[in-house]
Design a protein around this ligand. Structure first.
Ligand SMILES: *Cc1c(COP(=O)(O)O)cnc(C)c1O
Length: 388
């Protein structure tokens, strides 16, 4: 059966070869430890689960939700943004729920891109920044993220023809997959760039609450002028262990939020009211404490992984945020050949950087979302099979 031309534009799945090898190992009864996918392993904070339990018992939450979101949800997001980022948002016009950052980002392509338009997307980057534009008949234009520039794009290097077509720019700090944080002055540069080129900035704030060593990540919207040119997608998935809950908020430019709302009323019927009320609990000050506690756990795991990698000769910088360690593959390897060798020698799965874009080639990514005992075991295996 033929799929749509639109769907055919999506490139082939890059993990295919690696996944076949993992399946083979498992079939042989080998205990494979996966440090591949980033999906928090610890439970959602009890205060969030309890809030859902109570809200789900109230028949008032059982009917169709409004796409706009409950007032309590929008007010909680506004209070959180004020307290956490010093950003003031109007709950009536500048905030809406999204069913996860993934859904929200994909739908922004539908709301803002026509065939022939382009979206500027970080390379390496979260796959929806490139797959989304392709699915709506537009084109992603890759912006290389390289270590020499601290993994921020060189906005001055974007070709004039691409700038002409660009309607959206996707940014994400703290960054997946590189673990980079935003350098001072970059968001200011982005506001200027967006103004002069008339592009809408979409900042993916999936990791602002997952930071280490005392680093506090800013919101893009705290930059002067940001609200005139941009929106932020704030996800509760990673920071609050809520990947399964599909909970995010789109905040910022009121016109952009209005377009998103109009699109959404044609696509789905919003977020379950009880989940919105659970998100209110997560965004409370008690929720802040839960997110800090998680960051402490990841920081400890990060140190474990960085220490082991250094011992086996991998030169790696400890990231200040996210749930990943991004490291260069040793001389003589491609991303894929290194990941295959690690699997072969240690039965540990790490992700090949090339899967996140051409500039991810030469790197691999380790996810920290596995319990301490298994992570320690994985690190021991890397040490003993690859050390020296
Ligand atoms: C995990 C991740 C997402 C997806 O978040 P959801 O809210 O669970 O959809 C989006 N962007 C980045 C950069 C991510 O790493």
């Amino acid at each position: 059966m033929r799929s749509s031309k639109r769907l055919e534009r999506i490139p082939p799945y890059l993990f295919a070869q690696l996944e076949r090898k993992i399946a083979e190992k498992k079939a042989q009864g080998i205990d494979v430890i996966s440090l591949g996918i980033g999906d928090p392993d610890t439970p959602t904070p009890p205060l969030v689960v309890e809030a859902l339990r109570a809200a789900a018992g109230d028949p008032g939450t059982h009917r169709y939700p409004a796409n706009r979101g409950r007032p309590e949800f929008r007010e909680a997001v506004a209070a959180f943004y004020a307290r956490r980022f010093g950003v003031s948002l109007d709950p009536a016009t500048e905030i809406m729920p999204g069913l996860g950052a993934k859904e929200t980002i994909f739908n922004l392509n539908l709301a803002f891109l026509d065939p022939g338009d382009a979206a500027l997307a970080a390379d390496p980057g979260y796959p929806v920044y490139t797959g989304g534009p392709l699915l709506v008949g537009a084109d992603p234009v890759l912006m290389p993220l390289v270590p020499e520039r601290g993994f921020v794009p060189d906005l001055g290097a974007i070709a004039a023809a691409d700038l002409e077509r660009a309607r959206l720019i996707y940014l994400n700090y703290p960054n997946n997959p590189t673990g980079a944080i935003v350098p001072d002055g970059f968001f200011e540069e982005v506001v200027e760039f967006a103004r002069s080129n008339d592009v809408l900035v979409v900042h993916d704030a999936s990791y602002t609450e997952t930071t280490f060593d005392g680093y506090v990540a800013p919101s893009f919207l705290a930059t002067p002028g940001a609200k005139e040119v941009g929106i932020e997608v704030f996800s509760l998935s990673k920071g609050y262990n809520m990947t399964g809950w599909r909970t995010a908020a789109i905040v910022g430019n009121a016109e952009a939020v209005e377009h998103y709302w109009r699109l959404k009323t044609n696509i789905d019927s919003g977020m379950f009211d009880a989940v919105q009320l659970a998100a209110v609990a997560a965004l409370s000050t008690e929720g802040d404490a839960a997110a800090r506690e998680m960051s402490g756990i990841y920081q400890r795991r990060r140190d474990l992984v960085v220490g082991a990698l250094r011992e086996i000769g991998v030169d790696v910088e400890p990231p200040k945020g996210t749930i990943y360690v991004w490291a260069p593959v040793p001389e003589g390897h491609t991303s894929e050949s290194y990941c295959e060798m690690v699997l072969e020698e240690s039965a540990v799965v790490v992700s090949p950087g090339g899967a996140y874009g051409p500039n991810g080639e030469g790197f691999f990514r380790i996810s920290l979302t596995i319990d301490d005992a298994r992570l320690t075991e994985a690190v021991e295996r890397l040490r003993s099979s690859l050390g020296g």
